[in-house]
Design a protein around this ligand. Structure first.
Ligand code: DGJ
Length: 767
């Protein structure tokens, strides 16, 4: 809800408020952003200004206390006394200075629609404040309120109202001056190591989170947090920020000597320059922000609800996603229809619902060096074409999904031979390649038309229900071209998928090189990482979980030892980690033993039973001892908790399971998901449980290993919600002194998943 009282703008969500005030000189002061507050609180909440600071540049001769350097602002400019970082840099007829002051405002129901940029759906209201600058420019700041999810979004539109061109070199989507000390958490990394949470105190030196690879990037996710230094997962004040944008981005935080932290976010100004002719406008992407005084988990809950309700396409909102099988890690580009159908038969038998044919199905695409760009089916591999394969999959009860990488081209392709100028290169220089690819110039309409037509034709040629849209190199396009490239990318996605809303679109860019809110506006899920090692995935999924819900993370089970880490992890752990996301399988099913098959079947059955809980339940990062990770998802009457261990200690102590979000008085049954131990994992230790001496590497043992399993400890307990939230004690862990059915056998990289079911007589009780 938005109210305006005589120059005071109050934006309220369910439990937060933002108060903005027009100062006597027309600047936009940020009076408050945080917990709910009233208009009547504005004077008390405002930062006081009763003294003149030394070494200050005064804005006005008649008020020595009005120095822009010390006013907490929601927008600022340059060369008028605010020496903090400016949200705008430009060249105008009046030079580089800027001073935007209030001209008008308007409250709109719902959103102010953007034509070319994706934006969050269905806000309650939008406040548009128009500021003007003497150089001949109008700046409209849009604030949209998403009351149900405690999110406010912001963006800026700059219009050249002068009669000479203006060059914009930097224009942020949002600027906030927040009183207080903060720690900034960013989610950084690289290929197969995305979204590692890193914490840096924000001090007098500027902290920057920026991507300049052309995409939102696996190096620096655009989302970040600012928290008070003592905040934790379940307590303390935390702000969260993100950007609905898939290109170069920039965010900075810096504390002034008065203790006010300036935080801004928007498109990266690196090499950026956009010339605006008279009458032309430039529109920034929409920035997303939220506040919680219930710690990081509280903040994550707001962001998750926001993505689920206001970002993903309406068709996919709360719609359960299929368990998929993807051909990539199992067979790469080396397949025939026969091999695929064999895999599909197994996948269907195991319970998968969707079969995704990954890279290698078209043109001369038999390796990474050729074929990209030519979307004609390779008839040697698929003699009956895509329809033939789709029909065979349908007969097995599977939906069909297909991989594309439409933005890139291999120089060794018919497309490149016909249109070498469609590829982005740097004039007069030798091209630089990434994975033997160049990017197509999506700023050109004919290139976009080619992609829309060729991908659209394939999608209409067979019964295709899912698309994996990949992109495997960094861009070299600079500045404004990098910005226009992303607009071109959005145009292509809109034209392909808006008329086909029921196709499930999963974005991917070498894994998580484009995990952002921009792509989520077009398709509800993103392949989180090419790293499918479950232990690495704990950090990646944990990092992403701060700002993105499980319903948008592709999480697949792959082979062990893992191709990137050589780590040998139990199948149970590979499944348990993948349950916390969108479950899929990517391994060669041909070599599964019968016990592996049985285990996978039971994993899929389990996931399907609790699918809506895992995909849409409230997610919490639970407290865990050093080196362990614990997660929970909860809905009204049921929760699931995952406990993930790394190295197994000798003589482990007792383990406590402490849950969250339960009804304190209701009674719950806690049950460990039944998982099995592999006979082969015990090597010569089997001598303790079988009367004969067996060669641990012999035929008897390896046969036993593929047929028999030993059930892991079956734990069942009953407790009140209050006891579970205070912490219940689990069965003892194995300590080298014997094995029985009440010992939790947790070796290196072991894990357990518990289902916590509210007992029937407590119905939907919240007490
Ligand atoms: C990179 C993706 O992240 C992988 O999952 C796979 O689709 C390959 N590209 C195919 O080339």
């Amino acid at each position: 809800m938005i109210e305006v009282h005589d120059g005071l703008f109050c934006l309220h969500t369910k439990s937060t408020s933002m108060l903005l005030r027009r100062t006597a000189f027309g600047h936009l002061e940020l009076v408050h952003y945080g917990a709910a507050a009233d208009a009547a609180d504005a004077d008390a909440l405002a930062v006081k200004r009763t003294i003149a600071y030394g070494c200050a540049t005064n804005y006005a001769a008649n008020d020595p206390t009005y120095c822009l350097d010390v006013v907490p602002l929601a927008w600022s400019g340059e060369a008028r006394g605010d020496y903090r970082e400016a949200p705008i840099e430009w060249d105008t007829d009046l030079g580089a200075a800027s001073d935007f002051r209030y001209a008008a405002h308007e409250i709109l129901d719902g959103a102010a629609i953007m034509e070319r940029l994706p934006q969050a759906r269905t806000p309650d209201q939008t406040l548009a404040i128009t500021l003007t600058d003497e150089a001949g420019a109008e700046l409209i700041l849009f604030f949209s309120v998403f009351g149900d999810t405690d999110v406010i979004t912001r963006r800026a539109v700059l219009k050249n109202t002068s009669d000479t061109p203006i060059t914009v070199k930097k224009l942020m989507s949002s600027l906030l001056d927040l009183p207080g000390r903060f720690v900034m958490t960013t989610f950084s990394g690289g290929w197969i190591a995305e979204a590692r949470a890193e914490r840096v105190p924000v001090g007098a030196a500027r902290v920057v989170n920026e991507a300049v690879t052309g995409f939102s990037s696996n190096r620096h996710n655009p989302g970040f947090l600012l928290s008070e230094p003592d905040a934790g997962e379940d307590h303390g004040r935390v702000y969260g920020f993100n950007l609905i944008w898939s290109g170069n981005h920039y965010a900075a935080a810096q504390r002034s000597f008065q203790g006010i932290t300036r935080v801004m976010q928007g498109v990266s100004p690196a090499d950026f320059a956009k010339k605006l002719a008279p009458g032309e406008s430039f529109c920034t992407p929409e920035a997303v922000m939220s506040f919680s005084d219930a710690g990081f988990n509280g903040l994550s809950a707001h962001m998750h609800d926001f993505v689920n309700r206001h970002i993903v396409p309406a068709h996919w909102q709360e719609r359960e996603r299929p368990v998929l099988y993807n051909s990539w890690e199992g067979c790469g580009m080396d397949f025939t229809e026969r091999r695929l159908v064999e895999l599909a038969k197994k996948a269907a038998k195991l319970g998968c619902e969707l079969f995704v044919l990954d890279d290698g199905w078209f043109g001369a695409r038999n390796s990474e060096t050729a074929g990209l760009g030519d979307y004609a089916v390779n008839k040697k591999k698929l003699p009956d074409g895509l329809t033939g394969l789709a029909d065979k999959l349908r007969a097995l009860g599977l939906d069909f999904g297909l991989w594309f990488e439409p933005e890139a081209v291999n120089p060794d392709s018919d497309l490149y031979r016909a249109h070498p100028d469609w590829a982005i290169t740097e004039p007069g220089r030798e091209p630089v390649y990434g994975r033997n690819e160049l990017l197509l110039d999506l700023t050109r309409p004919e290139v976009r038309d080619y992609i829309v037509d060729s991908v659209g034709a394939v999608l209409d040629s067979a019964d295709i229900r899912y698309v994996k849209w990949d992109m495997n190199r960094h861009s070299t396009a600079l500045g404004a071209k990098a910005y226009d490239y992303i607009l071109g990318f959005y145009d292509v996605l809109r034209r392909i998928f808006a008329p086909r809303p029921e196709i499930l679109l999963e974005n991917c860019a070498s894994g998580g090189n484009r995990f952002d809110l921009g792509v989520l506006c077009f398709g509800p899920q993103v392949w989180a990482s090419d790293d499918t090692d479950p232990i690495e995935r704990l950090d990646i999924q944990n990092g992403l979980s701060y700002l993105y819900p499980l319903s948008c993370m592709g999480t697949h089970v792959s082979a062990a030892p893992h191709s990137q880490t050589l780590r040998q992890t139990p199948l149970s752990t590979r499944g348990n980690v993948s349950f916390f996301g969108l479950l899929g399988y990517e391994l060669d099913l041909k070599f599964l033993s019968s016990v592996d098959e049985k285990d996978i079947r039971s994993q899929i059955e389990f996931y399907k039973k609790y699918r809506s809980l895992f995909q849409f339940g409230r997610f919490t990062r639970l407290p865990a001892p050093e080196g362990e990770t614990r997660w929970q998802v909860a809905r009204e009457d049921c929760a699931a908790a995952g406990m993930f261990y790394r190295l197994a200690p000798a003589a482990p102590g007792m383990d406590e399971l402490r849950l969250a979000d339960l009804a304190p008085k209701a009674r719950y049954t806690v049950m460990a998901r039944q998982q099995n131990l592999r006979v082969g994992d015990f090597g010569e230790l089997v001598r303790y449980v079988v009367p004969v001496r067996l060669n641990p590497k012999g035929v008897v043992m390896s046969t036993a290993d593929s047929i028999y399993v030993m059930p892991d400890c079956a734990e069942v307990m009953e407790a009140s919600g209050a006891a579970l939230m205070s912490g219940i004690r689990l069965e003892n862990r194995y300590a080298g002194t014997g094995y029985n059915e009440n010992i939790r056998m947790l070796r290196d990289f072991g894990s357990r998943v518990y289902i916590v079911q509210k007992q029937k007589e407590w119905g939907d009780s919240e007490t």
